[in-house]
Design a protein around this ligand. Structure first.
Ligand code: AHR
Length: 335
């Protein structure tokens, strides 16, 4: 009889301990305390990050910002570089799902074609956070939030600078455009914003427009082709990022013209390389696109997993810099 009683008591103790342990454990990234509040020391999350690639100075700075922020917050990062290929991103997201990560951060190479894989993440109960670039998908329940820049506004800023710069110009102003990766949000939106503004200024004409895939090498190559066909007729280069502008500057110099003077150069990103080019008088303006949002992204993930309501769209604040500010600001640039 005593033996039965002892066994029952032991069972009771074991069950209580197990219940206590499961109450202290966490689910979905939330850290529960015995009083139901949230604990001072956070739970370590596993975050999968599918990055676009390493195509530009901007991208390198963005990757570092995300890596540092995740590490500093004490979480684990599973990183995948898609090398600018959508199929690599789809594979990476599937692998994150299989590894049952707590959250997926995803910077889509292009806007479309991710519906199926994002549904798979949703079915697996893994929240997806869009970083830097948006997707063009009707069902917005497939991601938690989009943290990134307003690319249309960046295009408008670039065009507004040009409108002011050329207000006294007589005759047509011939613009060549180096677009970003075909189908990517920044390429689509920066073009849209720029065209929206110049539509009211019929003398501002885009005479050539082609993708340079956001890289220096491609920017140089395409600019060489523009110069070959239109040479001295080109007044302005609008490049969807600074790396392509820097590649194009090289092409212009090799062609025998002065970038920044003979051809005005507009870039986007505000990377150090653009400041150096501006300080050397070879580039006129760069519209800021801030890649240093790693800490903000970690805060959003933690907030969501803690059950907080977060905005569907979180914008990164940005500015614009001209040639005359370059020398003074160059030492302060972080990317
Ligand atoms: O999506 C942001 C863009 O991607 C940056 O402007 C460009 O440099 C990068 O490659």
């Amino acid at each position: 009889m005593k033996k039965v009683l002892r066994a029952k008591m032991l069972l009771l103790v074991v069950t209580s301990v197990l219940l206590l342990l499961s109450a202290c454990g966490s689910s979905g990234g939330q850290t529960a305390t015995s009083d139901g509040g949230s604990a001072g020391d956070k739970e370590k999350l596993v975050i999968g990050f599918s990055q676009v690639g390493a195509e530009s100075e901007w991208r390198t700075a963005n990757t570092k910002s995300m890596q540092d922020a995740i590490k500093e917050a004490g979480h684990e990062l599973k990183f995948s570089d898609a090398q600018q290929k959508q199929e690599n991103q789809i594979k990476a997201i599937r692998s994150f799902i299989a590894q049952k990560v707590d959250a997926i951060v995803f910077s889509p190479v292009v806007e479309t074609g991710f519906e199926t894989v994002l549904k798979e993440a949703k079915d697996a109960g893994i929240p997806v956070f869009l970083a830097d670039r948006a997707v063009d998908i009707e069902d917005d329940s497939l991601w938690v939030t989009f943290l990134g820049s307003d690319f249309v506004e960046e295009g408008r800023k670039a065009a507004n600078w040009l409108v002011e710069e050329t207000k006294d110009a007589e005759g047509d102003v011939n613009i060549v455009e180096l677009q970003g990766t075909v189908g990517s949000a920044p390429a689509i939106d920066r073009k849209e914003g720029f065209e929206e503004v110049i539509a009211d200024h019929p003398n501002l004409k885009i005479i050539k427009s082609q993708t340079g895939d956001f890289t220096r090498a491609k920017g140089k190559e395409v600019m060489e082709a523009f110069l070959k066909s239109d040479g001295e007729n080109i007044d302005v280069l609008y490049a969807h990022n600074d790396d392509m502008a820097i590649g194009a500057i090289q092409a212009i110099e090799e062609y025998g013209l002065k970038p920044g003077e003979d051809i005005k150069i507009i870039g986007v990103d505000a990377v150090k390389g653009a400041f150096e080019a501006m300080a050397a008088g070879k580039m006129n303006v760069t519209v800021e696109c801030n890649p240093l949002f790693g800490p903000q992204m970690v805060d959003l993930i933690e907030a969501h997993l803690a059950g907080e309501e977060i905005e569907k769209r979180v914008a990164v604040e940005e500015s614009m810099y001209t040639m005359d500010q370059a020398e003074e600001l160059l030492p302060t640039r972080e990317y």
